[in-house]
Design a protein around this ligand. Structure first.
Ligand SMILES: [Zn+2]
Length: 222
């Protein structure tokens, strides 16, 4: 007899695959919108890059990913990229408090379908909770693991610290873990500093630094 459970791999309760929200954000940020020359730069442009990225985070075994990608590498990579785009869309819609593109929702729901399922397992002394893998689609399972922390955060209403870099060219996604929760830039030394310089220049053109100081005083960080 072949039941769905017997086709899948059941792991013991202490067997954990870790993909946290940071891993999800890392995937979204593999497209750097403000790359060299101001052009977007994708660090996963080829199937091999995406395989290495997913396997390197222990989200799937490299051979399993390779086997799944090999019949149609372009379509395989397309699914990874579409999931990445959908994650960004959901993140941005959440941050901006706007309605979300339904195609992104459909893509993520399809992927989430392949997530790990909890499974009860009898033990000598009682019962333990393990989980079951979708052995048929390791790529979707890896992508589901990346999407799950985002879904969990949204479900818990835990989105107040979701951020997008305030530099419109950059739009790096991050979670604000600062004490005051007022971080606006991916990085103060790059985007934050560039914005400061721009603000200073525009005020100087207007003949005022906005704080009653001379331009020379305003330029001095001390
Ligand atoms: Zn930035």
């Amino acid at each position: 007899m072949t039941s769905p459970a017997s086709q899948a791999t059941v792991h013991p309760a202490d067997h954990v695959h870790v993909a946290d929200l940071d891993a999800c954000l890392d995937l979204i940020n593999t497209v750097e919108l403000d790359g060299p020359g101001g052009l977007p730069e994708d660090s996963l442009p080829k199937p091999d890059d995406a395989i290495a990225w997913l396997a390197g985070r222990s989200l799937a075994h490299e051979d399993a990913l390779r086997a799944e990608a090999s019949p149609d590498p372009v379509a395989w990579l397309g699914r990874v990229h579409a999931t990445r785009d959908a994650l960004r869309e959901v993140w941005e819609a959440t941050v901006e408090g706007r309605s979300v593109d339904r195609r992104a929702v459909a893509i993520l729901n399809e992927v989430l379908h392949h997530g790990t399922q909890p499974e009860l397992r009898p033990t000598l002394g009682g019962i333990a909770v393990g989980h079951r893998h979708d052995a048929g689609d390791p790529t979707a399972e890896a992508l589901a693991r990346l999407a799950e922390p985002l879904v969990t955060a949204i479900a818990a209403g835990d989105t107040g610290r979701f951020r997008i870099c305030a530099n419109d060219a950059c739009r790096w996604v991050f979670e604000d873990t600062s004490r005051g929760g007022r971080r606006r830039w991916c990085d103060m030394t790059s985007c934050g500093n560039r914005a400061k310089v721009r603000r200073f220049r525009s005020r100087r053109r207007a003949g005022d630094d906005g704080e009653g100081r001379t331009p020379a005083e305003a330029a001095d960080p001390a």
